[in-house]
Design a protein around this ligand. Sequence first.
Ligand code: NAD
Ligand code: ZN
Length: 389
Amino acid sequence: MKALTWTGVNQLSVEDVAEPTLLNGHDVIVKVRRTTTCGSDLHLLSGYIPFMRAGDVIGHEFMGEIVEVGPAVRHRAVGDRVVVSSFVACGSCWYCAQELYSLCDNANPNPGITEGLWGQAIGGCLGYSHAVGGYAGSHAEYIRVPYGDGSTFVVPDGVSDDRALFASDAAPTAFTGVDLAGVRPGDTVAVWGAGGVGQLAARISELVGAERVVVIDRLPDRLQQVREVIGAETIDYTSTDVAAELRELTGGRGPDVCIEAVGMEAHSPGPQGVYDQVKQQLRLQTDRPTAVREAIMSCRKGGSVFVLGVFAEMVDKFPLGALMNKSLRFGGAQVHGPRYIPRILEHMAAGALVTEHLATHVMPLDEAPHGYELFKEKQDGCVRAVFTP
Ligand code: NAD
Ligand code: ZN
């Protein structure tokens, strides 16, 4: 079958690879109908995520149809139209019992690999490096999904493939941030990044009752989608002092919750030279964590800052003093998909969560390298490139 493989930094190639087979009684095989680019793939592409191997099939946000089920699968059947959680989870370990599914103790077959990097292994994500399992990804005609019962979700009849696709990763990531950051009715929420994750974090904040939501980015097409589809306010960080504007919008106080949905490749104006020096001294690979810093500095005293953007290693210029002295709560997470996907599908079925507008470019799998180029360079208004194997 055809699949999109990572062959090196900034190199992708459509190759013929072996079709997946059931390896474990709990597996299912899914025939992929829609699979999309995610900001997280850009970190892989740029070489910021460790433990990639040439030939790895990437892709982790997708939906499709079950074509084979393992003998231990109880609740799924051939023919089910499903959306799949990017992080797969056993559903029965200590972490799954806490609903911290991306930390599942049974989903990562290489638990030792990230000990030096993070102190501990986390769970398993499809198509996202050997740091999180080394599973083949979804930019392919078929994919093996471990723990089929807990990692796949039947899409309700009224929800189209195009909408359900984003219940796989972008929407549950957004929900993870909104929920774990503790957004409450009446809150003002600021979101850095108007990609799929940031836009949906803004919309889900509204769904849980936030009174005012402001999204910060520099790309005009994305900011326009935020205003017109999501219904939130926007700030262009290239022309505005973000922290000052946020204080102005909140009577001098600052947002109650600040969500970062940008990640490692963040570039924004500022003293790049200074950071480059620090980066060199500390031998860091990562770029300036500008959005994280800005979120901490902008947040109101006693507020909450949450990092959804992906970071792999140590980053510098972290305003620990502001965090401590302002009584901030600070957190971050990989998506706990199975905790939020059922609620997301309900919101989608009710028409309260629309996502189709994110799919600005739809193309066959053969054209995936071009799709990634558009997505990476944010060309032609690309928010997400969707492939249809
Ligand atoms: P994306 O690349 O489509 O969007 C990122 C946006 O951030 C872009 O619109 C860019 O213009 C904007 N940006 C860059 N610098 C900025 C700054 N300083 N301030 C404000 N905005 C800035 O990516 P996406 O798919 O929306 O994903 C966003 C982040 O979330 C990525 O880091 C991705 O890896 C991460 N992510 C995390 C999870 C998770 O489980 N935690 C899941 C999916 C994606
Ligand atoms: Zn588990």
